[in-house]
Write a protein that binds this ligand. Structure first.
Ligand SMILES: Nc1ncnc2c1ncn2[C@@H]1O[C@H](COP(=O)(O)OP(=O)(O)OP(=O)(O)O)[C@@H](O)[C@H]1O
Length: 842
């Protein structure tokens, strides 16, 4: 199709002519009127079979002018055979005309091929468009379809629920009463009707007893003698439809022999009964729902005769090959394995089956009924439903039961086989009565297995099954006793819960019930309100519990932090003690090296190691007494040590330090124990500075001992003051520390041998020469007086003191800074600790 036709060249013309001559017929011998032409010169292609246009009859002679004719008048897509190719004139046309014809044909062929290609491309485009559209449509419609599907399923289940509710409101067990007309025999024998109907009330009847008393009976519906089959089925219909919704339904007729049970259930060909009409209705409804639900129906027919099960649809039901027994199947329902289950899809088939089964039924003649049913006839319709939208499946049974007639054996004068039948019938009816009574009394055990009849109906009696009972009675005065028995039995059945008794309660009862319902509604409202508040409480409780948990976690964290800080404080204390100890040792060394001026007689000074806070390691500690040296009694220890170890010339020595631990205690204000080196202020400047010193002292008493070189103001002239020990000392130079004041003579003897600011590790000569001290008057206003604490060493240049008096390296800058830093850290640690403790307590 894609090949392009190449017209033969003039050079090949002779060869083509020869070929035509060889064949003798350019049409391959098919020169018929269909005008199919095979052009030998052209490649073989479907398009080489050229179909004549419908108006070809006009074309051959009229359209052609001359031998070759013209193809121009014809459409491009219509290949017309050259009329000159017909007949004997073939030979004369194998010339230039034929060539032009072939060329024209080739052009037409090419046009056709192109057109075809265009069409196929168009088709492909259309196909693609179609696919695109279909996918788009699918995408758009699918959610809608799903939505509709959900809605439909919801609506279906809602409809089912409502319908079921309606049935339940009417009663899961409904009892109808049907009274047949007086038969001609009864009339002839003079029997009268003892049943009275109230036309306004279709649910009450009265029985006129033999003593003319009337007994009233209530039913869900009462059908009088003139009620026809349609009216009866109209009331039955709602129950029947429940089977299509997946509920098991049981409809049975109970009553004395000859009261019309078979007539109600089976009917006659003219007056079809419930069985036929029910199946007809099922088929009708299933066809109505065929677009959404697919139903399958199968029918079984059996009878219980003398407590034996007989399959009425089996071919030789009189001689069954296998004994039929009731078995419980997997889903808990009862089944009869081997029972014929005929699939039906039309009411005609069902009618045939019912007729066949009816023929096989055991009947016999009694005095009460010529064709008395001597067995219980059961028609089981199995309905399988499949919901096409949701895919749900259901399986339910509709039992249509025509019971054998209850009768008084004595009255109907039976004997032999009939007597035996009657006994079985009465026994099974009695079992049915027991089951219904047990259901009514809600006893835990329902005696379903006492008879074959009740055992078969087990899954369709009670529970959420729908049961409809036709109580068949005779109006005849001759059957009064049986009628009363039947009515009493039916009344018992009506007593089952969900029956109409509640529905048809007296007005007083109704009012009472309404009041109760109103009260219940109020209580429900109150309960809902309480529930709401309870839920609120629950929410509150949960939130508080969360808060409590969070707090507990926080407390735990705080405790951990607290422990951590405690450990840290201890470490810092130890570190501080170490530092001080090492510094004390270094100071001792430095003191010995640079021969600092002693602040007190050597004999009176305590070795530094004795006044440190640091306790020696336990192994090295010497405890000569039983007293344990603790931080608390450190000062006392020092006092005692001093008194015991030093010579008589030394007075009692006071503790110099305050513990840095967190122990709270009162620390006595210590006397100042260091001499300051400061610019001597004027007399006027001294007073405010002295006041400020008091503040400094106060701060010193609060804080632990600091290794700072305090700059203390000094009086301009050295004044001899009386010390606590009664010795006179110069207070101008060392007035701030009575404890470490040096005697004047020692001041005179002292000579600094250290060059000023020689090196960081060297002591700086900050003190003027003793000669200057000997002067009674200061040589200059800005005369400097340096107080050197005995433990102060010259720090590194990097560590600047807080109050540097000179540029460059200053006194005790390193130690000073370190101590201050330590104290600062400890203070921070204590603050954090206290803060965490407070949080934990909170
Ligand atoms: N409602 C009715 N209207 C007219 N005829 C009726 C009605 N009910 C029953 N009959 C007639 O009464 C006769 C007995 O009815 P049927 O055989 O149905 O009674 P039954 O209760 O089935 O008796 P059994 O228990 O012996 O089988 C029949 O001839 C039937 O046509």
């Amino acid at each position: 199709m894609g090949e392009e036709f190449v017209p033969p060249s003039p050079l090949s013309h002779h060869k083509e002519s020869a070929s035509v001559e060889e064949h003798g017929d350019p049409l391959h011998g098919h020169r018929d009127q269909t005008q199919d032409i095979h052009l030998d010169a052209a490649p073989v292609s479907p398009l080489h079979v050229v179909h004549c246009d419908q108006d070809q009859n006009l074309a051959p002679s009229e359209a052609m002018d001359g031998k070759g004719g013209s193809f121009q008048e014809y459409k491009d897509d219509c290949l017309i055979p050259s009329p000159v190719l017909k007949g004997d004139a073939v030979d004369s046309f194998f010339g230039p005309d034929l060539l032009s014809s072939l060329q024209l044909l080739g052009t037409k062929y090419n046009n056709l091929v192109k057109k075809c290609q265009d069409q196929s491309a168009e088709t492909e485009t259309l196909q693609a468009d179609y696919e695109l559209l279909s996918s788009k449509c699918l995408q758009e419609c699918e959610p809608r379809y799903e939505d509709l599907k959900k809605k439909y399923t919801r609506e279906c289940s809602e409809r089912k629920r409502l319908y079921n509710e309606l049935i339940e409101l009417r009663g899961n067990i409904r009892v109808f009463c049907r009274c047949r007309p007086l038969s001609s025999d009864e009339v002839s024998t003079g029997h009268t009707s003892v049943i009275e109907f109230d036309r306004t009330q279709d649910s009450e009847l009265q029985v006129v007893c033999s003593d003319n008393s009337k007994k009233q009976f209530k039913f869900d519906h009462i059908f009088g003698p003139d009620a026809n089959q349609e009216a009866v089925f109209a009331e039955t219909l709602p129950v029947v439809n429940s089977v299509l919704d997946g509920y098991n339904v049981c409809i049975f007729a109970y009553g004395q022999t000859g009261t019309g049970k078979t007539f109600t259930m089976e009917g006659t060909p003219e007056n079809r009964g419930v069985n036929y009409r029910a199946l007809e209705e099922l088929f009708r409804t299933s066809s109505e729902r065929s677009s959404t639900v697919r139903y399958e129906f199968s029918v079984s027919m059996l009878e219980v005769y003398n407590e034996k099960i007989r399959d009425l649809l089996a071919e030789n039901s009189d001689h069954p090959t296998k004994k039929l027994e009731i078995k419980q199947v997997a889903d808990g329902t009862q089944d009869v394995p081997g029972l014929v289950e005929a699939q039906t899809c039309s009411i005609g088939e069902v009618w045939e089956m019912l007729k066949t089964g009816g023929k096989n039924r055991s009947v016999g003649s009694t005095s009460a009924n010529e064709l008395s049913s001597r067995s219980h006839c059961l028609v089981r319709v199995t309905v399988k439903g499949e919901y096409l939208v949701s895919g749900q499946r259901s399986r339910s049974h509709l039992w249509l039961v025509d019971l054998a007639g209850s009768e008084r054996v004595g009255k109907i004068e039976v004997e032999g086989e009939r007597l035996k039948e009657s006994q079985f019938i009465n026994k099974s009816l009695s079992a049915l009565g027991d089951v219904i009574s047990a259901l009514a009394a809600k006893t835990p055990h329902i005696p379903y297995r006492n008879s074959k009849l009740t055992h078969l109906l087990q899954s369709s009696l009670g529970g959420d099954c729908k049961t409809l009972m036709f109580t068949q009675i005779s109006p005849s005065s001759g059957d009064l006793g049986e009628t009363l028995c039947t009515l009493n039995f039916s009344t018992r059945v009506r007593g089952i819960e969900h029956g109409p008794a509640r529905k048809q309660a007296d007005p007083a009862e109704s009012f009472k019930l309404k009041q109760m319902a109103e009260k219940l509604r109020q209580e429900e409202k109150e309960s809902a309100r309480l529930n709401e508040s309870l839920q609120l409480m629950h929410i509150k409780y949960a939130s508080r519990e969360n808060v409590f948990k969070t707090l507990q976690e926080k407390i735990k964290e705080a405790e951990q932090t607290c422990r951590h800080y405690q450990t840290k404080v201890k470490d810092l204390e130890n570190q501080l003690a170490d530092n001080k100890n090492s510094r004390a040792q270094a100071l001792t060394r430095d003191s010995a090296k640079f021969l600092k001026p002693p602040l007190a007689p050597i004999k009176e000074r305590q070795p530094l190691g004795r006044i440190t806070n640091r306790l020696p390691p336990s192994g090295l500690r010497r405890c000569s007494t039983a007293t344990v040296r603790t931080f608390e009694n450190k000062e006392n220890i020092l006092e005692r040590d001093k008194s015991t170890t030093t010579g008589p010339s030394k007075g009692p020595m006071k503790a110099r330090r305050v513990s840095l631990t967190t122990i709270v205690r009162s620390i006595p204000v210590q006397p100042k124990r260091r001499a300051s080196i400061a610019i001597l202020p004027s007399q006027a400047e001294t007073r405010p500075l002295q006041n400020a010193r008091a503040t400094n002292r106060l701060s010193q008493s609060r804080m632990p001992r600091r290794s700072v070189a305090a700059v203390n103001p000094l009086p301009t002239t050295p004044v001899a003051v009386a010390t606590p020990d009664g010795k006179r000392r110069f207070s101008n130079f060392l007035s701030c520390s009575s404890k470490y004041n040096s005697p004047p003579n020692s001041q005179k003897m002292w000579r600094p041998n250290v060059p000023t600011f020689a090196s960081p590790r060297q002591s700086v000569q900050l003190v003027p020469s003793p000669a200057s001290f000997s002067c009674t008057k200061p040589t200059s206003v800005n005369k400097l007086c340096f107080s050197v604490q005995k433990r102060v060493v010259v720090g590194s240049p990097a560590a600047q003191p807080r109050y540097p008096m000179f540029p460059g390296p200053s006194i005790s800058n390193q130690a000073l800074f370190r101590d201050k830093e330590m104290v600062r850290r400890l203070g921070t640690a204590q603050r954090v600790l206290c803060k965490n403790r407070r949080q934990s307590v909170i």
